[in-house]
Design a protein. Structure first.
Ligand code: ZN
Length: 433
């Protein structure tokens, strides 16, 4: 919806029509006759003024694959079907085209810490994305560092200035834009996984699939179930279309889910995020550790230490170096735990290890830096076979298998990985201190 810049008011009055929790028409100018597949995904938008399909030849927009948990996998425009290949986290990785029965590569997307970094296109070549704090694309540069495109947007994602007839689909908060007709921006929609978002309207097309009643009583902005990010698009983003998340806190939530999911029920009520840190609240770290077993021990150690331990979830230099997960001790204490969920579960040496098991292992390395005798040796580790720290981390990991997962030999792991080589962890691997 275009705004008047000096007064920040909407320029036009729009009348929306809803049926069964879905937007079916926008009047008087935008588009009308919006139709849906039975699974709720958008099928077609017909233009209000012309009384015809937004573009001849568009049979379907981004379509949902019923076998891929509702993730879209194709766009059908003008007789060409483009398939979207996505990672486990839903991020778009590759576009391929189906032409005359053969697949042809179109474009690859490259990410850093879950944010779009670059793309490689069959004709446009290499491009770098420059994002703002919401993950919105503000500029594109080529391989020589020259500016190719620049975007200025209104708060709800509508464009103030952009190149004419632009085909770039990765713009607002990192989502994939469904351009519809390439020559017409009034039908542009953001694909937000669970729902579509109308860029011109600043509204989602269907109702919020999740409403947390307890929170909603204190947050009247969420009563409008078509509203976007409770009316604060400069602070919040909507990565899934279903759950409200503060920008940049995605990793915290993943970590929180992984650790609380690995603990007995009830533990979560004592854990709070405050100032981007996990804290144990309402109980002493010692009592928490006693009550909640191994993962509780680890959290009590890490949260009660004055050292800063950072958790990076997703692909990073650290996870790439250590084939999925690793720990990097800090120069003055603390350190970074890196773990990439896309790499797990993985089968190595005949033992399948899960995301949670590897997270427990890397947390054990972090805990190890707080235990005299383990840290000293760990800091001298680079490239050398020093069994003690891996022995300790493996002991904790194996104890997790026994005490939480109820597994025993042959599911225990008696080796470890340094720069891709399997090493014998030596004595200590089966002893939990
Ligand atoms: Zn290790």
């Amino acid at each position: 919806m275009p705004l008047t810049a000096c007064t920040n008011t909407m320029q036009r009055t729009v009348y929306n029509e809803y049926q069964g929790g879905r937007l079916v028409a926008v009047r008087p100018y935008y588009a009308t006759e919006i139709t849906y597949h039975p699974n709720g995904m958008l099928k077609q938008v017909t233009h209000a003024r012309r009384g015809e399909q937004v573009s001849a030849g568009i049979a379907e927009r981004i379509d949902a694959d019923p076998n891929a948990m509702g993730r879209p996998y194709r766009i059908f425009i003008g007789g060409t079907t483009t398939f979207n290949l996505r990672g486990l986290d839903g991020a778009l990785l590759r576009e391929v085209e189906l032409k005359a029965g053969a697949y042809e590569w179109v474009k690859d997307y490259i990410y850093r810490d879950g944010l779009l970094l670059a793309s490689q296109h069959r004709t446009e070549g290499h491009q770098h994305y420059h994002l703002d704090h919401l993950g919105t694309t503000r500029m594109l540069t080529n391989r020589c560092g020259e500016r190719v495109k620049r975007y200025e947007l209104f708060p709800y994602g509508d464009t103030i200035s952009a190149p004419a007839n632009d085909t770039e689909t990765r713009r607002f908060t990192g989502h994939q834009r469904d351009l519809g007709s390439p020559t017409n921006t009034t039908d542009d929609l953001e694909y937000m996984h669970a729902r579509y978002y109308g860029v011109k309207m600043g509204r989602l097309l269907s109702v919020d699939p999740i409403q947390e009643t307890k929170k909603a009583t204190r947050r009247p902005q969420s009563w409008n179930r078509y509203a976007y990010v409770i009316g604060n698009p400069v602070k919040f983003i909507d990565p899934s279309g279903a759950i409200l998340e503060v920008a940049g806190e995605y990793n915290q939530l993943l970590f929180f889910d992984a650790v609380t999911g690995s603990m007995p029920p009830g533990a979560a009520k004592y854990l709070k995020w405050k100032d981007k840190r996990l804290m144990i609240v309402g109980i002493s770290a010692w009592a928490f550790s006693k009550m909640y077993g191994l993962v509780g021990h680890q959290l009590a150690y890490l949260t009660s230490s004055p050292q800063v331990f950072k958790v990076e979830i997703g692909k990073s230099a650290l996870t790439e170096r250590f084939f999925g997960s690793g720990f990097l001790p800090g120069k003055n204490g603390g350190g970074v735990i890196g773990i990439d969920p896309a790499r797990f579960p993985v089968n190595r040496g005949g033992v399948s290890t899960s995301f949670a098991e590897n997270l427990v292992h890397e947390m054990a390395h972090a805990v190890g830096t707080l235990i005299p005798g383990v840290q000293d040796r760990f800091n001298g580790l680079v490239g050398a076979a020093v069994p003690k720290p891996e022995g300790y981390a493996l002991a904790v990991e194996n104890e997790y298998r026994r005490s939480v997962l109820g597994l025993d030999r042959p599911q225990l792991r008696c080796w470890y990985l340094i720069e891709g080589d399997l090493m014998d962890a030596g004595p200590g691997a089966e002893i939990f201190p």
